[in-house]
Write a protein that binds this ligand. Structure first.
Ligand SMILES: Cc1cc2nc3c(=O)[nH]c(=O)nc-3n(C[C@H](O)[C@H](O)[C@H](O)COP(=O)(O)OP(=O)(O)OC[C@H]3O[C@@H](n4cnc5c(N)ncnc54)[C@H](O)[C@@H]3O)c2cc1C
Length: 425
């Protein structure tokens, strides 16, 4: 690629996990693809957020040859959902749902690197350090201008797939972005808990080497409870709803990945605490189900908002992933949904390469995605609204709802399958 003007069937703007998935799904097809990613060395990108991926996502990543390259994947065998201060709770299990796992937990950067490696081994043209600055379209083609190696370059294509997380939306004519700021942040960190550590064998090894029963080999934080503890089996994810927002603990090896939703001011405060104070606050908030929290990694914060565009296509343009819809992480749906955007777009393109970017093809794609993305968005938004407030009537309804769900196996299977495979279950 020596010229400064490229011509392709498809230009993908943004090489995040969704943009890369689209490129991978099209590699080996007859469609020529150029992917432009602003970041310089994606293989070294650090992103601490944990991702809970559905069983359906695993199946797609296997077909993209990414799954086998993922280094640390923890299967979720059970999801325990509860309401702080209420009696209701529900437990979803993989066995009841008839799948090997309800989901899988990994780090965002591990997924990112595995996808980038797969992309490097594919035939797709990919430029990193290529920041798109301008985008324009006309009936026959889309054009982008981007900075690369200190030079302004151009590319034209029959279709521009915008997978940039939503940064270029203002330049796309005919689409409207809707934004609902939740006034919440997610504080994420890797944490260790007393009971899980026991099950995983780390603390019990200390007990037996000390040879004096409970307590002798425990760190001070664990020893102080001084009572018999129930063990926590591996693979259990906890989602606890509180009036401040949900807190999730996702199993991650011998630890948990914490996603703690709080107000912006509380996030600022939590991010400034030292380890001991942070762990004590978390224990006070989450409760005693897992015993004390005994270990905390680096904390990071993410502002949370619902953002989505209508329609998700424009002249010679399609938006996918977070560019099309950015969701609250409460239900762990964002990437799962974005991956299905990429997969179904690739399917539409491969089914009729001659049609790439035509109004008819874009209308078919819109129709295919309408229900899945609409339901995913409404489901997630309803969870945030229903569970993040202090209304006592709603609080009772939440507890009753969780309790009732627990008694109805078909309803539980319905919820679990929607979380795993999207609106079509
Ligand atoms: C705390 C937290 C927890 C989450 N947990 C889950 C979960 O459990 N399960 C789940 O499914 N989802 C989860 N998500 C959501 C998930 O992280 C996102 O949906 C997913 O990362 C979106 O990927 P994307 O590729 O669409 O966008 P992004 O990850 O935003 O990638 C966009 C890419 O485009 C590039 N780019 C931007 N502008 C330009 C430009 N002008 N030119 C070229 N390149 C550009 C960027 O560098 C970036 O690489 C979570 C999110 C958060 C914040």
């Amino acid at each position: 690629m020596k010229s400064h003007h490229y011509d392709y069937d498809l230009v993908i703007i943004g090489g995040g996990p969704v943009g890369m998935a689209l490129a991978l799904a099209l590699s080996g097809s007859d469609v020529s693809v150029l992917l432009l990613e602003a970041r310089g060395l994606p293989a070294k990108t650090e992103d601490p957020r944990p991702l809970a991926l559905s069983h359906g996502t695993r199946l797609i990543l296997q077909r993209l040859d990414v799954w086998e390259g993922l280094p640390h994947v923890t299967p979720i065998t059970t999801i325990h959902i509860s309401n702080r201060g209420g009696f209701g709770r529900t437990i979803l299990t993989a066995t009841e749902t008839g799948v090997p796992a309800l989901g899988y937990v990994m780090n965002h950067h591990d997924l990112f690197r595995a996808m980038h490696k797969a992309l490097n081994n594919s035939a797709v043209d990919c430029l990193t350090g290529a920041q798109v600055t301008r985008l324009e379209t006309h009936a026959g083609a889309g054009k982008v201008e981007f900075e690369h190696d200190g030079v302004t370059k151009k590319a034209t294509a029959r279709l521009l797939a915008v997978a940039d997380g939503g940064r270029l939306i203002a330049q796309i004519e005919g689409v409207t972005q809707h934004v609902q700021d939740y006034q919440q942040w997610a504080v994420v960190a890797r944490v260790g808990t007393e009971r899980f550590a026991e099950t995983a064998g780390t603390l019990s090894a200390k007990i037996s080497s000390a040879g004096s029963g409970h307590g002798a080999g425990f760190p001070a934080a664990a020893r102080s409870t001084g009572r018999r503890r129930a063990h926590t089996p591996p693979g259990v994810a906890y989602e606890r709803f509180t009036s401040d927002g949900p807190v999730a603990l996702l199993p991650s090896g011998k630890h948990f990945s914490l996603v703690w939703t709080v107000s912006p001011s509380a996030a600022e405060e939590l991010l400034a605490l030292d380890d001991a104070a942070f762990l004590a606050r978390l224990h006070g908030h989450f409760g005693d189900r897992l015993g004390k929290f005994v270990e905390a990694g680096k904390r990071s914060g993410f502002p949370l908002a619902l953002k989505y565009v209508t329609p998700v296509t424009a002249c010679r343009v399609v938006l996918v992933g977070n560019a099309a819809q950015t969701l609250h992480p409460v239900a762990g749906q964002g990437f799962n949904l974005g991956l299905r955007d990429a997969w179904e777009l690739a399917d539409e393109i491969i089914a009729s390469p001659i049609d790439v970017g035509t109004p008819a093809m874009l209308a078919r794609y819109r129709d295919r995605r309408r229900m899945d993305s609409g339901v995913g968005r409404m489901f997630t938004d309803s969870l945030v609204r229903l569970f993040s407030n202090e209304d006592p009537v709603l609080d009772s309804a939440r507890s009753l709802g969780l309790g009732a769900l627990d008694c109805l196996p078909p309803a539980k299977r319905f919820v679990a399958r929607r979380m795993m495979f999207g609106a079509r279950g």
